[in-house]
Every structure is written in C-alpha cells, then in structure tokens.
Ligand binder design. Structure first.
Ligand SMILES: [Zn+2]
Length: 51
C-alpha cells in the first residue's frame, strides 16, 4: 500500500462502512489509521513509522 500512497487500513478510502447494530442503518466512521484522509503518509504518522 505504501507504493500507492494509500492507507492500508482502509485502502485509501478514508472511511469504512459501519453497521449500527441497534438501529439497522449503515453509518460511516473516519478510518482510525489515517484519520479519514486515506493517505499512507498520514497513516505512517499515526502509526509512528515512516519507512
Ligand atoms: Zn485509513
């Protein structure tokens, strides 16, 4: 994923679908790995590595 510049946690989407179990609708949340940017550079910062 690094070569493509995309966050490996969300594949560069920046958010993932989340099913709210009690309300039966689909919500989205910002990817915790890249803070929703979808960028590998942000993911590397959040995860404390730059390699
Ligand atoms: Zn991400």
């Amino acid at each position: 994923m690094q070569a493509q510049g995309k966050c490996p946690d969300c594949n560069g989407i920046g958010a993932n679908p989340l099913i709210m179990h009690e309300f039966a609708y689909i919500d989205r949340y910002d990817c915790p790995g890249c803070n929703g940017s979808g960028l590998f550079s942000d993911w590397a910062k959040v995860n404390g590595r730059h390699s």
